[in-house]
Ligand binder design. Sequence first.
Ligand SMILES: NC(=O)c1ccc[n+]([C@@H]2O[C@H](COP(=O)([O-])OP(=O)(O)OC[C@H]3O[C@@H](n4cnc5c(N)ncnc54)[C@H](OP(=O)(O)O)[C@@H]3O)[C@@H](O)[C@H]2O)c1
Length: 274
Amino acid sequence: MWRGRGEPGGSPINSSLLITGAGGQLGRALAAEFPEAKALSRADWDVSLPAPVGLARPEVVLHAAAWTDVDGAEDDPQAAAAVNVGGTANVAELGAPLVYFSTDYIFDGRKREPYLESDGPHPLSAYGRSKLHGEAAAGEGSWIVRSGWLFGPTGSNFVRTMLALGAERDEVAVVGDQRGSPTFVGHLASATRGVLRLPPGIWHVAADGDCTWAEFAEAIFESAGVECRVRRITTAELGRAASRPAFSVLRSERGAPVLPHWREGLHECLAQLA
Ligand SMILES: NC(=O)c1ccc[n+]([C@@H]2O[C@H](COP(=O)([O-])OP(=O)(O)OC[C@H]3O[C@@H](n4cnc5c(N)ncnc54)[C@H](OP(=O)(O)O)[C@@H]3O)[C@@H](O)[C@H]2O)c1
């Protein structure tokens, strides 16, 4: 179990934390949660390459850099793997344990009850396979934090896409047959502190509650006061390149930190956007 030097008492947790992918939506939230960390964006370190010369070995890496273009990975699975598997191996080469952020898309969605840490993975997409292999590349002493449907005030995510569409349309077509737990990156970043107090291994850390993308869109419009109807369509009608699990709600059977409900995350996200 790893303990930061500054704990307890709310003081900085550790000055030798390293964040990768610090320009991404989760990376930014982690950099805000751990201001004492060294935060590297892709411009500082393209993780598909070895670590920059002179980068000191940290005590822990919060590894948020990843290829996250789920449909794009179908066209170029090797490029996705170069980042999500090869990149993770390069980060592990630093010799420090990782917090590796993994995904609900490692599951096939056939279950109709929340996926637990002991459930067997079976990814449906190239992205899901690359993230699953990345879990192995993170190394044995690492924390594998699986979450899903991330959103936040920056970057490319469903909340920002819906707000942009809702501003210019009366109606949007949204998938109503996929169910998950939309997780606010700020909540996941805070929970990462709790994860670091737990033993290494797999931990499911996603928002409380669940919904379909269509229900999430309706909640976004209602909470933001946007007049826009949601027309439910099927996954088949949307016709995306990558298959996605129809059901990918995650829960912990091991006592992972419990996150607030996704509606609470949505309100915090909208407050930050306002
Ligand atoms: N988004 C979700 O719904 C979701 C769900 C479950 C798990 N996750 C996992 O959570 C983590 C964070 O995801 P996110 O939502 O924050 O994604 P994101 O906003 O796309 O951030 C990923 C970051 O990684 C960077 N990156 C890409 N290739 C890189 C490379 N070769 N070297 C260094 N940096 C690179 C990206 O830079 P550019 O912007 O310049 O490409 C981006 O800043 C990822 O591991 C992801 O798989 C995400």
